[in-house]
Design a protein around this ligand. Structure first.
Ligand code: GDP
Length: 677
C-alpha cells in the first residue's frame, strides 16, 4: 500500500486536507481511525486512554484536547489508486485560532466534523466561515450517530440553515440511529455498507435490504434533485428519467464540491468504527489535488512585481506553516507550491537573506518521521533547518527569490509575568521563552527595559496556562508566575512633534546625536504601529536603521503605564550627527529621549474587548444574561437557534477570566460559548 518512500508523489496523488471541528465533536477519534486504517498506526488510539498519535505534546494528552496543528501523512488507496493524504489537524479551542488560520492556509480542502447530538456549535461555525475565506472546498461528516439524542436530520437541517451560501448534499444515509446505528447506505452506488470486526476494518457491502428500499429511493431522489440544480448532465438525465452511473455521479459531485457549490455530506460514528473508510474515499474523490486548487501569487522581493506561480514551474517555492523549535535546529513544516525539493538543495529565505541547506527531508507521520530524498510540488514535508526561520516564511530556489503571502496573526491579549526562581536560571529562561515564541507566533515575550520584568503574552487563559506548563514540565524551568492580566495597550492622546538629544562623555570622548520625530494617533492602523523616515540617504545607513528600529522597539516596550503602545504612526524627520561624535548607540539614546518627550504629552489606556457568543437552552439564558451584565457586557441580541438561544454580546476581556468554569455551573453544563478578540 505505501509507496517507495523516496519517490515523489505525483500531483494528482496528493490531498492536503484540513480537519476541523468544535472541541469534542470527534476530530481526534476520527483521525486515529484514518491513521489506523491506512496502516500508519498498529493500534487504534483512544482519546480517553491518552495514547493518541496526533496529540503528541504532554499537555495535550493531559487535557485531552488538540492544541498544535500537527500534520500527519498517510497513504490511502481509493478506486484502485494509491494516494498520499496530508491531514492537517486544527485545534477546536478558541485560544488557538491562529493555529487554525495557518492550517487552513496550506490546505486544499477540508473535512468538517459535526456531532450528531450537539450539531453546529459556535467554534465549528466559526472555523467553517474561516475556511470559506480561503475558498476551501469541503466535505462534512456527521459523527456520533450512535449516541443518545443523535439526529442526522436535525443536524443536516441546522447546517443548511447556518451555511446558506452552499448546498449541503447528502450522499449517504445512516441506517439506524442512537443504539440502533448499524451502517450506512451509499446513495451513489446504491448499496448497504456495514463494518465488521472489532476494529471495523472489514467493510461489507450488499444490495439495499427490502425494508430500506423506500427510504433509499427518497434519499437518492433528493440527492439527484440537488445535483440537477447545478449540473446540466445530471439535470438532463434526471428529466429524461435515464439511469445515471456511479462514475458520472462521482465526477459531477467532485466538480461541484471543488467549485464550492455543494458540500457532500457523510454520516457515521468514529467511535463505533462506522463510516470511516467511505469518508477517506470521499477525501480522495471529492476534494481537490494541489493542481486543482490553481495558481498562487507571490511577490518578487527585489522588483516588488507580483508573479503567478504554477504548480509545474521548475523552481522550488514553499511556505513554512509550522515550526517545532529544537535547541540549535528547528523542524520546519513546509508546504511546497512549485518545483521539486531534493536532499542537499540550497534554499533561500528572502525575508532574512539567509540560505539553508536541506540536510534532512522528512515525511511527517505525526509522531514518526521517515526520511525521503525528494518531494514534488503540492507536497508537505519536514525540513530540519536553522533557528532563524519563522512561521509564514517562504523558502525558495536561490535563483528565483519569491515571497508567498505570509500568514498574519492577531496580537496577544493576555499577559503573565514570569520570573526565574534564581538569577542563575535567567539565561535558560530567556532561551526557552524564545523557543516558545519561535514555535507559536501568537505568543510574545518582552522584557521591560527598566524594570527587567519578563511578560509572556498570548491569546487566552488556556493558551498561557499551557505554555507555562511547558516551561515547567517540558523544559524543567524553575520559575514564578504572576497573575494573568489583560494586555492593555496605550495610545497617544494627540499628535506630537518632539525632539530628543543624547549627549554624554564616555571615556573622555564626547558622544552626541539629536533627532526630531512626528507621532500621531492612528486608530485602526492594521499593523498597529508604523515607523517611516524622511532622513536623507547621505546619512550613514547604520544611524538611520538604529533610529527606526529603536523607535519601533521603544513603542512596543511600553508607554506611561508600562503597556505596549499601539495605533501610532511615527515619522523620523530629522537626525543630526557628526562623524566624530555620533554612534548608533547615541542615535538610539536620542530616539528614546524623543519618545519619552512624546509620552509626556499624555497617553490613554485601551482595554481589549471580546465578542462573546453563548449557546444555551432557553430556561438558563436569563441566569447567564444576569451574570454577564454584571460584568459590563453590552448585549447585541438573543436569537433563536433550534431548541436553544444564542446570545451575542461584547465584554471587556478582563471580566472573562474564569468564565469557562462559571458557565457550566450556570447552565448545568448545557451551554457552550465562543470568544473572539
Ligand atoms: P475532538 O475534541 O474533536 O478531537 O474530539 P475527540 O475525538 O477527542 O472526542 C471527544 C469525546 O467523544 C471522546 O470521549 C470520544 O471517545 C468521544 N467520541 C468521539 N467520536 C464518537 C462517536 O462517534 N460516538 C461516541 N459515542 N463518542 C464519540
Amino acid at each position: 500500500m505505501a509507496k517507495n518512500s523516496s519517490k515523489a508523489y505525483g500531483l494528482n496523488e496528493i490531498r492536503n486536507v484540513g480537519i476541523i471541528a468544535h472541541i469534542d465533536a470527534g476530530k481526534t477519534t476520527t483521525t486515529e481511525r484514518f491513521l489506523y486504517y491506512s496502516g500508519k498506526t498498529h493500534r487504534i488510539g483512544e482519546v480517553d486512554n491518552g495514547n493518541t498519535v496526533m496529540d503528541y505534546l504532554d499537555e495535550e494528552r493531559e487535557r485531552g484536547i488538540t492544541i498544535v496543528a500537527a500534520s500527519a501523512s498517510f497513504p490511502w488507496t481509493s478506486d484502485g489508486n494509491s494516494q498520499l493524504i496530508h491531514l492537517i489537524d486544527t485545534p477546536g479551542h478558541i485560544d488557538f485560532t491562529a493555529e487554525v488560520e495557518r492550517s487552513l492556509r496550506v490546505c486544499d480542502g477540508a473535512v468538517v466534523i459535526f456531532s450528531a447530538v450537539e450539531g453546529v456549535e459556535a467554534q465549528s461555525e466559526k472555523v467553517w466561515r474561516q475556511s470559506s475565506k480561503y475558498k476551501l472546498p469541503k466535505i462534512a461528516f456527521i459523527n456520533k450517530l450512535d449516541r443518545m439524542g443523535a439526529s442526522y436530520a436535525r443536524v443536516r437541517a441546522e447546517m443548511q440553515e447556518k451555511f446558506n451560501d452552499v448546498t449541503i448534499c447528502p450522499i449517504q444515509m445512516p441506517v439506524g440511529e442512537e443504539s440502533t446505528l448499524e451502517g450506512i447506505v451509499d446513495l451513489i452506488d446504491g448499496n448497504f455498507l456495514w463494518f465488521e470486526g472489532d476494529d471495523g476494518s472489514d467493510v461489507r457491502s450488499e444490495d439495499i435490504p427490502d425494508d430500506l428500499k423506500n427510504d433509499f429511493e427518497v434519499a437518492r431522489e433528493e440527492m439527484l434533485a440537488i445535483l440537477a440544480d447545478y449540473s446540466d448532465i445530471i439535470a438532463e438525465a434526471y428529466l429524461e428519467e435515464r439511469a445515471i452511473d456511479s462514475e458520472t455521479l462521482v465526477r459531477e459531485i467532485r466538480g461541484l464540491a471543488i467549485q464550492g457549490d455543494i458540500v457532500p455530506l457523510f454520516a457515521g460514528s468514529a467511535k463505533k468504527n462506522i463510516g470511516i473508510q467511505p469518508l477517506l474515499d470521499g477525501i480522495v474523490r471529492y476534494l481537490p489535488n494541489p493542481e486543482e486548487r490553481g495558481v498562487v501569487q507571490a511577490v518578487n522581493p527585489s522588483s516588488g512585481a507580483v508573479e503567478e506561480i504554477g504548480i509545474d514551474d521548475s523552481d522550488f517555492t514553499g511556505l513554512v506553516f509550522k515550526v517545532l523549535a529544537g535547541g540549535s535546529a528547528d523542524l520546519l513544516y513546509i508546504r511546497s507550491y512549485s518545483g521539486v525539493l531534493r536532499l542537499n538543495d540550497k534554499l533561500l529565505n528572502p525575508r532574512t537573506g539567509e540560505k539553508i541547506k536541506v540536510k534532512r527531508l522528512l515525511r511527517l507521520y505525526s509522531k514518526n518521521v521517515e526520511p525521503v530524498d525528494e518531494i514534488g510540488a503540492g507536497d508537505i514535508a519536514g525540513v530540519i533547518g536553522p533557528a532563524g526561520v519563522a512561521t509564514g516564511d517562504t523558502l525558495c530556489s536561490p535563483s528565483h527569490p519569491l515571497l508567498l503571502e505570509s500568514i498574519t496573526f492577531p496580537d496577544p491579549i493576555i499577559s503573565i509575568a514570569v520570573e526565574p526562581k534564581s538569577s542563575k536560571d535567567k539565561d535558560r529562561l530567556d532561551e526557552v521563552l524564545r523557543i516558545l515564541c519561535r514555535e507559536d507566533p501568537t505568543l510574545q515575550a518582552v522584557t521591560h527595559e527598566t524594570t527587567g520584568q519578563r511578560l509572556l503574552s498570548g491569546m487566552g487563559e488556556l493558551h498561557l496556562e499551557i505554555n507555562c506548563d511547558r516551561l515547567r514540565n517540558e523544559f524543567k524551568i524553575e520559575a514564578k508566575f504572576g497573575m494573568q492580566q489583560v494586555a492593555f495597550r496605550e495610545t497617544l492622546l494627540n499628535p506630537a512633534k518632539v525632539r530628543g538629544e543624547f549627549k554624554k562623555t564616555i571615556a573622555d570622548q564626547e558622544v552626541w546625536a539629536e533627532v526630531e520625530i512626528e507621532l500621531e494617533p492612528a486608530p485602526k492602523l492594521p499593523e498597529g504601529l508604523a515607523v517611516s523616515s524622511e532622513l536623507p540617504k547621505n546619512l550613514p545607513l547604520e544611524w538611520r536603521e538604529s533610529a527606526s528600529s529603536t523607535l519601533l522597539n521603544g513603542m512596543k516596550t511600553g508607554g506611561n503605564w508600562g503597556y505596549p503602545l499601539i495605533y501610532i504612526k511615527a515619522l523620523i524627520t530629522e537626525l543630526k550627527g557628526d562623524s566624530t561624535k555620533t554612534t548608533d548607540a547615541a542615535v538610539a539614546g536620542a530616539v528614546l529621549d524623543a519618545l519619552h518627550a512624546a509620552l509626556g504629552h499624555g497617553t490613554k489606556l485601551l482595554e481589549p474587548l471580546v465578542r462573546l457568543e453563548i449557546l444555551a437552552p432557553e430556561n438558563v439564558i436569563g441566569e447567564i444574561t444576569g451574570y454577564i451584565q454584571a460584568r459590563r457586557a453590552v448585549i447585541h441580541g438573543i436569537d433563536d437557534a433550534g431548541p436553544s438561544k444564542k446570545l451575542l454580546c461584547e465584554v471587556p476581556l478582563a471580566e472573562m477570566f474564569g468564565f469557562g468554569t462559571a458557565l457550566p455551573k450556570l447552565s448545568g453544563g448545557r451551554a457552550s460559548f465562543s470568544m473572539e478578540p
